[in-house]
Design a protein. Structure first.
Length: 323
């Protein structure tokens, strides 16, 4: 519910009195966001099961317009679903002196966030997602479910802390991945493009890299992933998974030792490398320096595997010409 201010004139008074906080704004914060996801999933599942029960459907006959009949047929499941969650909420408030948002936050959200936003948990989940991308399954099926909601919570808390004049509390957040581990897109492939342009003369690779450069500057790298390709190409899958790990470790420890501050200004994931670090840090040039170091190391990581892939591609091209 949104915060509301209300003005009223008490009996015998001449001026209106303003009353604030009638409806709490906190439910729209980071706790309410995760609770909304959980309640939305559970209530939808309950509603769908009830709606498929023919004994709970109201049949008005064929003479009633279809849209009207459809709306009435699900009226009872809707009432039951709302009533169930309303009763649960009332019991929590009256008996246990708490609410559903607090229960979900403390019982589910915080333990999951502690695991998924720890450095080992983050690296494991993110690396597994990148590996899946290497075999043709988009990494978002893992990262969007297991890490992004919690990273967004951390990002919101960082922004709130900075606005309050305090230090940002979380190193790992939504911006961290964009700034340190995903420059050029999944696999941090901007380093791969640099390696191709400076060290590879194989024309098919250079042609694909030229096509992928413009979108790659905005962290969109599907032309490279499927065009080079990286998908089902074992020599390229290895650095595709390894390079973001190294970038994340460098960014994490640079923040942990105090060389740079935690990122506290949300930037779109399509923000180009270096610019993303400058804006996301509030103008800290040291973050840009860390990004440059990560890019250089990324080139060194990709290069030997790129050379192996190039040799294999040349052999395949020669065999096709012979045939």
């Amino acid at each position: 519910m949104m915060a509301m201010n209300y003005s009223l004139i008490p009996d015998g008074a001449e001026e209106a009195v303003s009353i604030t906080g009638i409806l709490p704004y906190s439910a729209l914060g980071t706790q309410g966001m995760f609770a909304g996801i959980i309640v939305g999933l559970l209530s939808t599942e309950l509603y769908m099961r009830l709606a498929n029960n023919k004994h709970l459907q109201i049949n008005l006959g064929d003479q009633v317009p279809y849209a009207v009949g459809k709306a009435f047929s699900t009226l009872i499941p809707t009432i039951i679903t709302v009533t169930v969650f309303g009763i649960l909420s009332a019991i929590m408030i009256s008996v246990f002196n708490t609410d559903m948002i607090s229960v979900i936050s403390q019982g589910i959200q915080e333990p999951l966030r502690a695991v998924n936003t720890s450095l080992p948990g983050y690296l494991l989940i993110y690396s597994f997602g990148n590996f899946l991308f290497g075999i043709g399954i988009h990494q978002s099926v893992i990262n969007a479910v297991l890490t992004e909601p919690f990273m967004l919570v951390n990002m919101n808390e960082n922004m709130a802390a900075v606005q309050a004049g305090q230090a940002a509390p979380h190193i790992l957040n939504t911006n961290f991945q964009t700034v340190y581990a995903q420059m050029g897109g999944t696999g941090a492939t901007i380093s791969l493009l640099i390696a191709v342009f400076f060290f590879v003369k194989f024309k098919p690779y250079r042609d694909v890299s030229k096509l992928g450069l413009a979108p790659g500057l905005f962290n969109i790298n599907e032309p490279i992933i499927f065009g080079m390709p990286i998908v089902f190409n074992l020599p390229m899958i290895i650095p595709f998974v390894l390079n973001p790990i190294i970038g994340a470790l460098i960014g994490y420890f640079a923040t942990a030792i105090g060389f740079v501050a935690p990122l506290a200004y949300l930037v779109p994931w399509t923000t180009p490398p270096l610019i993303s670090g400058f804006i996301g840090s509030g103008g800290d040039i040291k973050v840009v320096l860390v990004q440059i170091i990560i890019l250089i190391i990324g080139v060194a990581i990709y290069l030997p595997f790129l050379k192996i892939s190039e040799r294999v591609a040349r052999i395949q091209a020669e065999n096709e010409l012979i045939e």
